[in-house]
Design a protein around this ligand. Structure first.
Ligand SMILES: Nc1ncnc2c1ncn2[C@@H]1O[C@H](COP(=O)(O)OP(=O)(O)OP(=O)(O)O)[C@@H](O)[C@H]1O
Ligand SMILES: [Mg+2]
Length: 340
């Protein structure tokens, strides 16, 4: 099978993070989906972790761009540059000489899918397989989806919340909504501005979310707070404030409600047999936001379902994509043998 002639790689091109795994070798690259350019040009000065270091610390002549927004390509040229750089880094090669399996959100439009195919084609990758994120999330978590038994997967990343129910190797029902960790960060920026008259960056907001964020505020959180720096709304000069858990958890509450709603939308439409399976097995949760404190408890109490948290929420999609590759390889060998 020609697909397996060259180096074969799996890509998770996420809103926040990009991961690349090489067939039989494992994860070879893990970088933020970020690129720093000279403003108004496509002249790149840094990628990934290096670009992250520049955020807020360079003059207005530069800008740090997220070429993937809400799970899909937002900036074609910069996505192409970023992906080519990452693939060469992962392959330790100066050429993009590979065949690709890449995951995309389940509800991606034809136009969005075409943009991805065009990016790969312009990079010289003419053989690519596009796979569904919900399915590979399940495979990455080692969930058996081969049996006629419903399993529910929830992936919450930087830009997207995707929920799906799988059974007998198929997606029976799925729903994706453009809400994720980045929306929480923006909500924290807005809330801190309102409450403390302080303008903070999205990166500072993310730090607050990681340190203080919780899906369920409890009395024991009362004392926890974190000092952050920003610019005073009133004077425009650098200033600091001590931010409480209550403010952070209040800020992200609406986003969590939307994530719960994504699950409800999927659950509302399934057959009673599948519903009974999901009552038994619950929800398998992955993606970076799955690590938000007390999110499993909140989902559990609002949906009445057991929630199992992945052991490797950042890696499941790329690991599941590799697994799918391996399964395909075994299958193609079996077909080849049967033809002899
Ligand atoms: N401990 C944590 N608590 C809350 N959020 C977290 C935690 N750790 C990471 N995150 C958030 O997880 C998000 C990144 O997750 P992930 O890498 O799964 O996203 P992605 O795959 O790049 O995005 P998407 O799949 O939506 O395109 C970021 O918004 C990050 O702030
Ligand atoms: Mg993701």
């Amino acid at each position: 099978m020609a697909l397996f002639g060259k180096q074969l790689i799996a890509i998770d091109l996420g809103t926040t993070n990009t991961l690349i795994a090489i067939h039989k070798k494992g994860i070879a690259l893990r970088e933020p989906s970020l690129i720093a350019v000279k403003k108004g040009t496509s002249e790149v000065v840094a990628y990934g972790d290096e670009a992250l270091d520049l955020v807020g610390r360079v003059s207005d002549d530069y800008e740090v761009v997220r070429p993937i927004q809400e799970g899909v390509i937002d900036n074609f040229q910069l996505t192409k540059k970023m992906l080519a750089t990452y693939i060469m880094k992962a392959l330790k090669s100066t050429r993009v000489n590979c065949e690709v399996v890449i995951s995309v959100p389940s509800n991606i439009t034809k136009v969005e899918r075409k943009a991805l195919v065009d990016v790969l084609r312009e990079m010289g990758i003419h053989r690519a397989m596009i796979v569904d994120e919900v399915t590979v999330s399940a495979l990455g978590m080692d969930i058996d989806i081969t049996q006629p038994m419903g399993k529910m997967v929830l992936n919450i990343g930087g830009g997207m919340t995707s929920a799906g129910i799988l059974s007998y190797n198929e997606i029976i029902q799925h729903h994706t909504f453009k809400v994720g960790g980045t929306d929480m960060d923006q909500a924290i920026v807005d809330r801190v501005r309102e409450h403390y008259n302080l303008v903070i960056s999205l990166e500072t907001a993310e730090k607050l979310k990681l340190a203080l964020g919780t899906a369920k505020y409890e009395k024991l959180d009362e004392q926890d707070e974190m000092e952050v720096s920003g610019l005073s709304v009133a004077t425009g000069v650098p200033s600091t404030a001590r931010i409480s858990v209550k403010v952070v958890s209040g800020a992200i509450d609406r986003q969590i409600d939307r994530m719960v709603q994504v699950c409800k939308t999927v659950l509302e439409t399934i057959q009673p047999e599948l519903a009974s399976d999901i009552l038994d097995t619950g929800i398998y949760m992955t993606g970076g936001v799955a690590l938000l404190r007390r999110l499993p408890e909140r989902l559990q109490s609002e949906l009445g379902l057991k929630v199992t948290l992945s052991q490797h929420p950042f890696d499941d999609v790329v690991n599941g994509t590799v697994k799918l590759l391996q399964d395909l390889r075994v299958e193609s060998k079996r077909i080849e043998r049967s033809r002899r």
